[in-house]
Each structure stands twice: as structure tokens, then as C-alpha cells.
Write a protein of this length. Structure first.
Length: 77
């Protein structure tokens, strides 16, 4: 489990974006699927999920940026 602690001196747009975590609903919106599908993908090991202290799944945003950039590069021919 990863816990990120930020102070006011070390927050910047680039570091916030690098550590941004998405909810299942936000990931589902990106891929146009149901949030339960995102949870199933995580359980199957297709997505990397981080668990919050309350047991909720969160997904690192950079994981999807890489996937989407590969998808867009492959589609431009």
C-alpha cells in the first residue's frame, strides 16, 4: 500500500499529476465501461490497483496515460 504525504512546499502540477489516483468510476468513464468492469479487470490482474485505508480501489493515472498514448499512436496511420 502506498501512502503519499505532501507538504505545501512540495506540491506542484507535475508531481500532483504523477501521483494522481483515479476512482473506478473515472477509469470506467475513460474506457466507456461500467465501474464493475474496472473492478473485474483489477481482480484479474489487468490493472494495477492501490487500496485505500477504507478498502476502496484507486488506480494510478499514469497507467492509463501510457495505455492511451499507445492506443493513439497505433491508430494514427
Amino acid at each position: 500500500m502506498a501512502i503519499v504525504i505532501r507538504t505545501t512546499s512540495d506540491t506542484s502540477a507535475s508531481s500532483d499529476e504523477a501521483h494522481r489516483l483515479l476512482t473506478p468510476a473515472e477509469v470506467a468513464q475513460i474506457f466507456r465501461v461500467d465501474p464493475k468492469t474496472v473492478t473485474r479487470w483489477a481482480k484479474a490482474g489487468k490493472l494495477t490497483a492501490i487500496r485505500t485505508l477504507g478498502g476502496h480501489r484507486r488506480y494510478p493515472a499514469d497507467q492509463f496515460e501510457r495505455l492511451l498514448s499507445v492506443e493513439q499512436a497505433g491508430g494514427e496511420r
